[in-house]
Write a protein that binds this ligand. Structure first.
Ligand code: FE2
Length: 470
């Protein structure tokens, strides 16, 4: 089901009815140059850094790329704020929790891995979004700006007088349970399950939740997410740029006498600094470096309408490219509701071994290749780990009548990376949800080999059949 967006004046803003007790406005578009003002004329005219900014604001540039990057990859925004970000007490190291960027401490595990739903905070224990981030697996090093990491978050408490920013890379956040109301320097975003939000390197944000909440985070160190090229698909399709929504400038002017905590993830460790003013004091901003959200239900699915199973790259929402042509640091891929109509075809994903790592999560419903991949859980099939449908799924789908079928009520996703993802201790042991029996789903696969098999008269003519029933 698509959400309806109401176009309001000015034409560059959209709004949607939210479950949160307020209506938020957004700027639509992906990678656009946006100008956003919470007060009229707050953006300087004709220059970025005048001797005196309107309203007595300070000008501050947030760079998301090297100054000298070519225009197509150059990202920066100018923020006009009440107090510069620089005004804070020194950062000090804080408790790391289950967040980690060290992937050399734990034993590699080449097995097929599946997690039952990750546990929510225990009764009586209050955990906010940052405290609730636990690292499952990853590779690389933020100091070299190379690699990617998979985290999950489980929390039940809003962040109070506390914000977070990631010095190491970008977060792509996929809520599975509970909405996230996110306050950022650029404005506010409300993100429900089946929506995603991308908060990029350096952007300060604070998360409010309404109860027990759970989701997944893909962190990339190298560069930023972009829309995949469409090639022969043409100018439209997959995730359309107009469906990405950026916040509208909104500021709060407040002193926090008890101290406001700014948490930074820096070189894989957590640090905190105290300041006595809100970090969300940006009255106006312009540029092309900002957080954004996207409703997965807006994805235009492209798929085979003749025969065979398209590679899952056809379901890519966003990609973080590496320097090798066609090879991603990480792709964000979804398996949304869609029609399956392929003739004389084994319709679930084929058995395969991949030179990429595949971390999958289920947001709702049943994944078509395995009925036991539960919402809130996950699987990891890392480098060359063989996988595919379980025995029951194979037996059923290789014999079933191939009517057109609508896959409905389901949304799974995959973080697919060219890095070999290593588990953390939390991912393999401490989380306590790793399914030791996962390998058993393939143990009932039996040989169906018949050395006396003979082609029937119809074999070789399959590509010309039109025998699908309706
Ligand atoms: Fe796979």
């Amino acid at each position: 089901m698509l959400h309806n967006y109401l176009i309001i004046a000015p034409q560059t803003l959209t709004t949607r009815v939210s479950t949160y007790p307020m209506e938020l406005k957004y700027h639509p578009g992906f990678g656009s140059e946006i100008s956003s003002e919470a007060l009229p004329h707050a953006l300087p005219k004709g220059q970025n850094s005048p001797q005196q900014c309107p309203y007595g604001l300070y000008a501050e540039q947030l760079s998301g790329s090297a100054f000298t990057c070519p225009r197509e990859t150059n990202r920066r925004s100018w923020l006009y704020r009440i107090i510069p970000s620089a005004k804070h007490k020194p950062f000090v190291s804080i408790e790391q929790g289950n967040m980690s960027n060290n992937f050399d401490k734990w034993q590699p595990n080449p097995n097929q891995l599946r997690w039952k739903p990750f546990k929510l905070p225990e009764d009586g224990k209050n955990v906010d979004f940052v405290e609730g981030i636990s690292t499952v697996c990853g590779a690389g090093d933020p100091r070299c700006r190379s690699g990617c990491v998979v985290h999950v978050y489980t929390c039940n408490k809003s962040m109070k007088d506390k914000c977070f920013y990631n010095s190491d890379g970008d977060f792509l956040i996929v809520p599975q349970l509970g909405p996230l109301h996110i306050k950022t320097e650029f404005g506010e975003l409300h993100v429900d399950p089946l929506e995603i939000v991308v908060i990029q390197q350096g952007m300060r944000f604070s998360v409010d939740v309404t109860g027990p909440s759970r989701g997944y985070i893909l962190e990339v160190f190298d560069t930023h997410f972009q829309l995949p090229n469409l090639g022969p698909i043409g100018a439209n399709g997959l995730a359309n740029p107009r469906d990405f929504l950026a916040p509208v400038a909104k500021f709060e002017q407040c002193e926090v006498s008890t101290g406001y905590t700014v948490v930074s993830k820096y070189q894989g460790k957590l640090f905190a600094a105290t300041q006595y003013h809100s970090p969300f004091d940006v009255v106006a901003w312009h540029g092309n470096y900002y957080p954004y959200k996207y409703d997965l239900r807006n994805y235009m699915v492209i798929n085979s309408v003749s025969f065979d199973h398209a590679d899952p790259s056809i379901f890519t929402v966003l990609t973080c490219p590496s320097t090798k042509p066609g090879v991603a640091v990480a792709d964000f891929v979804i398996f949304p509701p869609r029609w399956c109509v392929q003739e004389h075809t084994f319709r679930p994903p084929y058995y395969h071994r991949n030179c990429m790592s595949e971390f999958m999560g289920n947001l709702c419903g049943q994944y078509d290749a395995k009925k036991d991949n539960l919402p809130g859980g996950a699987t990891l099939h890392s480098m060359m780990t063989p996988h595919g449908p379980d025995g029951k799924t194979f037996d059923h789908t290789s014999q079933m009548e191939l009517k057109p079928v609508k896959v409905e009520g389901t949304m799974s996703f995959m973080f697919e990376s060219s890095f070999s993802l290593a588990l953390t201790e939390w991912g393999e042991k401490t989380c306590c949800t790793l399914d030791d029996d996962y390998y058993k789903c393939w143990q009932d696969l039996t040989s169906k080999f018949d050395p006396n098999w003979k082609p029937s008269e119809d074999d070789g003519k399959q590509s010309h059949t039109t025998s699908t029933t309706t």
